[in-house]
Design a protein around this ligand. Structure first.
Ligand code: HEM
Length: 408
């Protein structure tokens, strides 16, 4: 490849790994993409690692069966032993191809788009109530008061949790903290907190399972227990891991995606907010643009399952691949004027839900929740404004705000 500048790319990786300024991620991605789009890292935090930043390459890598998920990826987040590491190694997203296909199929039997769609009226009620609560006070923290409770309430109700169980699960996930999900930044104390959380989570979910066995009341939890394929069923531990990933992957991602998007719409892209308020029919396309513009899941990881040559680059077995979804979403080869937030953008082939075998299982629910929430906000709170400068958390993999203070 001509004109490569691996030194500039290495400086961009260093900046990405050390920055606490999340508003600058996209500058560093631009450098990586133009200087060395398939970049072999020499960084001490990322040994034997390749950073992929062009849309075309990401799409190819995510669909290439030689790049797989495996337990080594989960260890980057969770360490190699303890209850948290055990749980993480059992969850769908980190399973290697064969077990992944089986588990995904069984979970999908319970968590279908049809089952999700049935919840539409209830999701509308939940968001109306949450907005009314914060509007009555004239404002508040949109993240804490609306955007976190929405997906947590929805997924817990889908599972068939009681309000008390939902509050307990929210508390447990909040206590786990954001840092454990960020590569390299999870400290021993976070791992200890995460271990404690998992022990309690498993006990509580076992209690919920027991209650549902005695008094079946519907919901995905029962569907998960019963899901079977040619006599094959999920074990109790696998059901618990499925519940963990549905809650874990389903609430922070959605809350932060909306938080990031609203922070942009209400500040430097206010014209797009005004446009949306005048034409709420643009909500579905606006949601796709918010997914593209500043996604909450900035990267995925894969491992090469054999020595291979990818586009002329020799990769060794076990080399790690960091798939920079946030960089692909601003690739000028695919998105004209990529740094412009344009709620009418069409087509919008963003990669925020990934691609290939591990493609997000919750796209239907995520889109439904985000569309209903955005629609309710533009119709009920057109004067919504940020109160102060949004403060970004210094976590790279899962980007999001500390809080989003607003006035109505
Ligand atoms: C805006 C919100 C969301 C975003 C940006 C998002 C993003 C992603 C991404 C990028 C992946 C692929 C990971 C990989 O390739 O390694 C993924 C997987 C997954 N997501 Fe989502 N997600 C969102 C919402 C949800 C929701 C609401 C649920 C369910 C309640 C969910 C459940 C899952 C599950 C179970 C997987 C694992 C799929 C598998 O390994 O087969 N996600 N998500």
């Amino acid at each position: 490849m001509s004109g490569r500048d691996p030194a500039a790319a290495a400086a961009a990786v260093e900046a990405l790994a050390s920055t606490s300024d999340m508003t600058r991620l996209y500058e560093h991605y631009d450098t990586l993409r133009s200087a060395d789009p398939i970049h072999e890292s020499q960084h001490e935090d990322f040994p034997r690692c390749w950073f992929i930043s062009r849309h075309e390459d990401l799409y190819a890598v995510l669909r290439d069966k030689r790049f797989v998920q495996d337990a080594r990826n989960s260890e980057v987040f969770a360490g190699s032993e303890g209850p948290f590491a055990d749980m993480v190694s059992r969850i769908l997203i980190f399973l290697p191809p064969g077990p992944h296909e089986r588990t995904r199929g069984l979970i999908y039997r319970a968590f279908t788009p049809k089952e999700v769609e049935r919840r539409r009226p209830r999701i509308e009620t939940v968001i109306q109530e949450l907005i009314a609560g914060v509007a009555a006070r004239g404002g508040g923290d949109l993240l804490e008061d609306v955007l976190y409770p929405l997906p947590m309430t929805v997924i817990c109700e889908l599972l068939g949790a009681t309000p008390e169980e939902r509050d307990m699960l929210s508390e447990l996930f909040a206590a786990q903290g954001h840092e454990v999900s960020d590569v390299g930044s999870a400290s021993d104390s976070h791992h200890a907190a995460a271990d404690q959380m998992i022990v309690r989570f498993s006990e509580e979910v076992k209690r919920m399972l027991e209650r549902h066995r005695k008094q079946p009341g519907g919901g995905i939890l029962e569907a998960l227990i019963e899901a079977s394929d040619n006599g094959d069923q999920l074990s109790e531990d696998e059901v618990i891991a499925a519940i963990y990933i549905l809650i874990g992957a389903g609430h922070e991602t959605t809350a932060n995606l909306l938080g990031n998007g609203l922070a942009h719409l209400l500040s430097e892209h206010r014209d797009q907010w005004e446009l949306l308020c005048s034409q709420p029919s643009l909500v579905p396309s606006a949601v796709e643009e918010l997914l593209r513009f500043d996604t909450s899941v900035q990267f995925n990881q894969r491992v090469a399952n054999q020595p291979l040559v990818y586009r002329g680059f020799e990769m060794a077995e076990s080399d790690r691949i960091i798939v920079l979804l946030g960089a692909a979403n601003r690739d000028p080869e695919v998105f004209p004027d990529p740094h412009r937030l344009d709620i009418r953008r069409d087509p919008n082939p963003h990669l925020s839900f990934g691609a290939g075998a591990y493609h997000c299982l919750g796209t239907h629910l995520a889109r439904l929740e985000m569309q209903i929430a955005l629609d309710a906000l533009v119709r009920n709170a057109p004067k919504l404004a940020t109160a102060g400068t949004p403060e970004w958390r210094a976590t790279w993999m899962m980007t999001g705000l500390e809080r989003l203070p607003v006035t109505f």
